[in-house]
Design a protein around this ligand. Structure first.
Ligand code: SF4
Ligand code: FES
Length: 270
C-alpha cells in the first residue's frame, strides 16, 4: 500500500522536473524552451520638427523568434526611445492601423513574426509609401479615407423600410463575401505603383469597398458607384500588377475584385 511519504516524494519529484519556462506542449514533447536573441531593427525615422529628411536608425532588440515586429517596436519604444512613433490598436490583425513596409513589403506589424524574416540581417521597418509622411512610421491616412468615402461604402436600398429583414440567398451573399473582409489598412493602395505616381487614383482599397456594395443584391446604387469608378481616376488606371493582392493581410483577391468591376462596366450589368 502507498504511504503518505511516498506520495509526497512523488509530487516533489514531479515538480522538480517541471521547468517553469517550458510550455505544457514542450514538456510533453521534450522540446527545449525557446531562447531570446538579439536582432537589429532598422527604422526609417522622421520628425518634421527636427529633421530635414528621413534617416535610418538601428536598434538592437532582444526578441524571441515567435515575437511579432510590433513586439520589437514596443520594446524599442518602452526601453530605448520613447519618441519612436507608430500606430497600432488591436495588435491582432483586426483594426488595420499598423500597416508598414517591413523588409520592403507592406505587412501588418502585428501579424509579422520575427521567425518568418531573415533575422541574421537588419530588419528594415518604414512607413507605407504614397501617403504624406507625418512622423516615423505614421502617415496621413486622410487621402486614403477620402477616396473610400467617395465610393459611398454603405448600403443604399430602394423603396420603403421593410417590415422584415432584407432576404438574400447564400449565392447572392457569396458574390461579395471576399470584399467584406477589408480592414482598411491601406497595405494594398500604398503598394500600388499607379497610386505612388498619381494619388488621385482611387486605389485598390476604395475599389474593394465599392465592390462590397456593387455586388450586394440588397443595394440599389451600383450604377452610381460604377459611374464614379468609370472616371479618369477610377478602375481603368489599374495596371494589374497584383502588388495589392500580394500585400493584403486579409488574403482578399483584390485584382479579381477590380476585374469584376471592370467587367460590370463593360457589360453594363452586374
Ligand atoms: S483590401 Fe486588404 S490590403 Fe487593402 S485595405 Fe483592405 S485589408 Fe488592407
Ligand atoms: S494593430 Fe490592429 S491590425 Fe495590427
Amino acid at each position: 500500500m502507498t504511504n503518505l511519504v511516498d506520495v509526497v516524494t512523488d509530487v516533489v519529484g514531479t515538480m522538480n522536473a517541471i521547468d517553469p519556462g517550458v510550455t505544457d506542449a514542450q514538456q510533453s514533447t521534450g522540446e527545449a524552451a525557446p531562447k531570446p536573441f538579439v536582432v537589429t531593427i532598422s527604422v526609417r525615422r522622421f520628425d518634421p520638427e527636427v529633421d530635414q529628411d528621413p534617416f535610418w536608425q538601428d536598434f538592437e532588440v532582444e526578441v524571441f523568434s515567435t515575437d511579432r515586429i510590433l513586439d520589437a517596436l514596443h520594446k524599442i519604444k518602452w526601453e530605448q526611445d520613447g519618441t519612436l512613433s507608430f500606430r497600432r490598436s488591436c495588435a491582432h490583425g483586426i483594426c488595420g492601423s499598423d500597416a508598414m513596409r517591413i523588409n520592403g513589403r507592406n505587412r501588418l506589424a502585428c501579424k509579422t513574426l520575427v521567425k518568418d524574416l531573415d533575422a541574421t540581417k537588419p530588419i528594415t521597418v518604414e512607413a507605407i509609401k504614397g501617403l504624406p509622411l507625418e512622423k516615423d512610421l505614421i502617415v496621413d491616412m486622410e487621402p486614403f479615407f477620402a477616396a473610400y468615402r467617395e465610393v459611398m461604402p454603405f448600403l443604399i436600398p430602394q423603396g420603403h423600410e421593410p417590415t422584415r429583414e432584407r432576404v438574400q440567398s447564400q449565392e447572392e451573399r457569396a458574390r461579395f463575401d471576399d470584399s467584406t473582409k477589408c480592414i482598411l489598412c491601406a497595405a494594398c493602395t500604398s503598394s500600388c505603383p499607379v497610386f505612388w505616381t498619381d494619388n488621385q487614383y482611387f486605389g485598390p482599397a476604395a475599389i474593394v469597398g465599392a465592390h462590397r456594395f456593387i455586388f450586394d443584391s440588397r443595394d440599389a446604387a451600383a450604377d452610381t458607384r460604377l459611374e464614379i469608378l468609370n472616371s479618369k481616376e477610377g478602375v481603368w488606371r489599374c495596371r494589374t500588377t497584383f502588388n495589392c493582392t500580394e500585400a493584403c493581410p486579409r488574403g482578399i483577391q483584390i485584382t479579381h475584385a477590380i476585374a469584376e468591376v471592370k467587367q460590370a462596366l463593360i457589360r453594363g450589368k452586374i
